[in-house]
Design a protein around this ligand. Structure first.
Ligand SMILES: [Zn+2]
Length: 243
């Protein structure tokens, strides 16, 4: 058995399909502090009376440089009224529940694929100011998808959220297991339901412009444990060898 812990998050290792190696996926949040970090890995050996081997190492987190931008959205998205604030609070709690209950084994297999046939933008990590008053970091990848473009599952998994939310608009969250999720936002239409298993490339719905947007696009986010990762990095990983 192998156990890992990094940046305060435990993570699980799994066998490659050919059972020749152990693998784990882990990532760094866009707002993680820069500097050295300790990746703790402990292997418990079979057949040696449970002897443990420490495979820990130091990992340097480097500074990354992202763009800044200003956006204008409807006022209700920067200064929500009390009714909207209550709804937002309930949705935060719902998402916390969803993100605390990932499957204990990988539900994905092989490479992650791009969710839509549309040009991605280099928007991850951008520091944005909404209407000159609300600052936020953009924690996903925006695709310039025309309204009504089919949005597909980036990999296999379980639909754990499929409903309309205040900021996200029509939103589909897929649990890929071991704390890894992909989120598709601002959809005009949802074609899956919560609790449904989906395969890679399966239609989730249509892109749109619901929620806090300046125009039609698909916002696609990758979450691992409590961190939002750069989707471009996940799409670049060669995972087919682990099938
Ligand atoms: Zn976005």
């Amino acid at each position: 058995m192998i156990e890992g812990e990094w940046l305060g998050q435990k993570f699980a290792f799994f066998w490659s399909q050919d059972q020749r190696a152990w693998y784990a996926l882990a990532g760094v949040d866009v707002e993680a502090p820069v500097g050295p970090s300790s990746l703790h890995i402990t292997a418990t050996l079979n057949g040696t009376g449970g002897g443990k081997v420490d495979l820990s190492r130091s990992i340097e987190i480097h500074e990354a440089y992202y763009n800044t931008g200003t956006l204008t959205v409807a006022p209700k998205f920067v200064a929500p009224d009390p009714k909207a604030l209550a709804r937002i609070k309930a949705e935060v709690e719902l998402k916390e529940k969803v993100f605390a209950a990932s499957a204990p084994q990988p539900l994905w297999s092989g490479d992650f694929r791009t969710p839509v046939h549309a040009a991605p933008t280099d928007s991850f990590g951008t520091r944005r100011t909404f209407n000159g008053q609300l600052a936020s970091v953009h924690k996903g990848m925006d695709f310039r998808a025309r309204p009504g473009t089919v949005v597909r599952a980036g990999n296999s998994g379980m639909v754990v959220l499929a409903r309309r939310l205040y900021y996200e608009g029509n939103c589909v969250v897929i649990d890929h297991g071991l704390g890894l999720y992909t989120l598709s936002m601002h959809l005009s239409r949802i074609d899956v339901r919560e609790g449904q298993r989906v395969t890679e490339g399966q239609r989730l719905g249509l892109s749109g412009a619901t929620g806090r947007v300046t125009g039609p696009h698909l916002h696609w986010a990758v979450r691992w444990q409590n961190a939002y990762l750069d989707p471009a990095k996940l799409l670049q990983l060669d995972l087919d060898g682990l099938r």
